[in-house]
Design a protein around this ligand. Sequence first.
Ligand code: F6R
Length: 260
Amino acid sequence: MEVIIQPSAKDCAAMGARLIGKLLDSKADAVLGLATGSTPLPLYRELVRMNRSEEIDFTGVTSFNLDEYIGLPGDHPCSYRYFMEQELFKDINISAGQTHVPDGLAVDVSEQCNAYEEAIRACGGIDLQILGLGSDGHIGFNEPGSSLGSRTRVKTLAGKTREDNARFFDSIEEVPRHCITMGVATIMECRQILLFAFGEAKAEIIARAVEGPLSSMVPASVLQMHQEVKIIIDEAAASRLEHADYYKEVFAGKPAWQCI
Ligand code: F6R
């Protein structure tokens, strides 16, 4: 696990975009795992800018999103399919048929979850997964207590998550109670993972995920077991890390060939 502390969310986003650019330079048909929420927005803006200036090409890319609310159609303004179309897909040259977001209206949800796993496998697995971090430690919508061996499935959203996400809806009553999410084990199979977190509000959960004990009560702590994970955070989100100075020293002392 590599913890990279940057002055601002914009710097973190620029670093993430460079890492994605580097991946696509070496593998034009890479498979990206994508997230929604506020955290990836600066990254998506930077990817759009790079795509416009022809620094990055998404023509060969396939994408899989982490999750979707059950009960929301893809054209609902609060659905994650809609979010992705608005915030990224419509502004980059990814082919529409290559983007995957779980279907919140699937009739046979369990069949759809299996098919999602199978589609990821059929593409050769996810090369690079973007993650945000829930204030309760969730990744995807794997809430505290999620099996660390879980696969794509239905989850019930925690009260805290519904509260946090109510800002996207007119009222908390409108926030769906259920979702489809990639499982913890699905995420752990991604070859490379970039987790982003910004702001003081994420500081405590970042400290628990990075420096606390590994526990299904903080699902993100399982990332301590992954060999290619970068935790890319701003100063505010890093403010409760006991070993922040050490992480900065490691990053500053990276040999040139490892620099991002
Ligand atoms: C979204 C997702 C969630 C969010 C998390 C943080 O697809 O999987 O895990 O990343 O809830 O949300 P924000 O970024 O809005 O704080």
